[in-house]
Each structure stands twice: as structure tokens, then as C-alpha cells.
Design a protein around this ligand. Structure first.
Ligand code: GLP
Length: 244
């Protein structure tokens, strides 16, 4: 779906998430949301906060799983994704703290593989993701699944691409401080979600949007694996859609 303005698109995405939460609440079921960070989802979270404050949308039945976290950063680090999620969403809604799941960037190195297996099992224990929200990196990453990531990949430690570190450097004092590794859900984890919405805003994303939508499926651009999913919507503004 192509929108003139990203703000308008973000409101539409938030509306879909809100109606899913309400539907699940009415049925007395958990709503299992896969959530993303980066600049793309910020307006979606703003609108969800507004719906909570002004229209009584409750997050009490929401179980959230974030896609990824920088390895080495924890909740005190303002660049961490745990900090981001609290700042933009969780601190402003009534989600229960025990229902928030974000990969732990402070896990000791020798415990990572057990931890990642646990993260996968925990998603499954709630019946899998009902909805996965995604942004896209200029390398074609979803979550932090950089080029080379396989369709069947699961939650794991990955090495960030140079371009990804450059694109995210604005949040850090110096380029050297941008972590070199991250823990991310896999492409396979994402593809198991029942519904996927991926967002892209601005001309900077036009080339990767084109390759993702019209290009051949390949590990060179992990986002192309979304072509395999039967219920995915790519939401973008005019600028991001410029090359289509
Ligand atoms: C980040 C995140 C991704 C995100 C992407 C795009 O590094 N790990 O989940 O989708 O890069 O970021 P932005 O939305 O700021 O363009």
C-alpha cells in the first residue's frame, strides 16, 4: 500500500494493530505482537499511545517480542532497543512488564545460543506471533538479518554490516561505539508470524524497496524472503515507492 505521507500510513498500521488487540481481548486471548525499532515504527507507536490515552485501548492482553538488540547494550544505554521500546511505547501504555520480551544484549557470550533457543521457545509457548511489524535496512535486513541470512534462520548472534553501522551511527557519539554485533530473530522466526506488515519511508529506501518487491529471492537481500509469506503488506510512502 502506498500513502502520500508516512504519518497517514503509520496511523493505518496502528489502526490494524489496535483492532487485532481489541479482537483478541474480546475473545479473552493473548495478542502476540512482534515489534520493531528504528525510525520507521516511531509514528505507529505514537498513534498506539494516543489510542491508549484517548480511546481506552488496553495492552493488558499483549505479549510483545522485539526483533533484535545490540549485543553489549542494556537498559541503561540510551541507544539500546530496550530503552527505545520503553521510551516510545511501553512506558506510556498498560502492558504488563512480564509480557515484554526483548533479546537481552547483556547475556554472557557462552550463554547466547541457549538464550536464543529459549527466545524461540518462548514465542512458540504463546502460540507464535499473531502480527509482526518490520522496518527494512538499506542492506535488505529485516530485524538484523543481514545479507547471507537464510530463509530458515532462527534467533542468533549476527555481525552487523558496515552500512548498517553507518546508518545507525547518528545515535552514538562516535562510529566506533556502534556495536559490531546484535542478537536478532531469524528470517524463519519472522516468516512464522501469521501476519506481517513491513514499512519504508523516504527516498533513501527506494532502491532496497524495489529490490525487495521486484527482485529475485536471495540471501543477498534477506527481505526478499517475505515474498514467501501469504499475508504480508508492504506499507510505504510515495518516496520509498519511487522506483517501483
Ligand atoms: C535497524 C533495525 C531494523 C530496522 C532498520 C531500519 O537497524 N534493527 O529492525 O528496520 O534498521 O531502520 P530505520 O527504520 O531507522 O530506517
Amino acid at each position: 500500500d502506498v500513502f502520500g505521507e508516512s504519518a497517514e500510513a503509520a496511523v493505518a498500521v496502528a489502526k490494524e494493530i489496535a483492532s487485532l488487540i481489541r479482537y483478541k481481548t474480546n475473545r479473552n486471548e493473548h495478542c502476540v505482537l512482534g515489534l520493531a525499532t528504528g525510525s520507521s515504527p516511531i509514528k505507529v507507536y505514537q498513534e498506539l499511545v494516543r489510542l491508549h490515552k484517548e480511546e481506552g485501548l488496553s495492552f493488558k492482553n499483549v505479549i510483545s517480542f522485539n526483533l533484535d538488540e545490540y549485543y553489549g547494550l542494556g537498559k541503561e544505554d540510551v541507544q539500546s532497543y530496550v530503552y527505545f521500546m520503553h521510551h516510545h511505547l511501553f512506558d506510556h501504555v498498560d502492558i504488563l512488564p512480564e509480557n515484554i520480551n526483548i533479546p537481552d544484549g547483556t547475556i554472557p557470550y557462552d550463554k547466547i545460543s541457549n538464550y536464543c533457543a529459549y527466545y524461540e521457545e518462548r514465542i512458540e509457548s504463546f502460540g507464535g506471533l499473531d502480527f509482526q511489524l518490520l522496518g527494512i535496512g538499506r542492506t535488505g535486513h529485516i530485524g538484523f538479518n543481514e545479507p547471507g541470512s537464510k530463509e530458515s534462520s532462527t534467533t542468533r548472534l549476527i555481525t552487523l554490516d558496515y552500512l548498517t553501522r553507518q546508518d545507525n551511527a547518528f545515535a552514538f557519539d562516535q562510529f566506533d561505539e556502534v556495536p559490531k554485533k546484535a542478537i536478532t530473530m531469524g528470517v524463519g522466526t519472522i516468516l512464522k508470524a501469521k501476519r506481517i506488515v513491513i514499512m519504508a519511508w523516504g527516498l533513501k529506501k527506494a532502491e532496497i524497496v524495489f529490490k525487495t518487491v521486484e527482485g529475485e529471492m536471495s540471501t543477498d537481500i534477506p527481505a526478499t524472503f517475505l515474498q514467501l509469506h501469504e499475508d504480508v503488506t508492504f506499507v510505504m510512502d510515495d518516496l520509498a515507492a519511487a522506483d517501483l
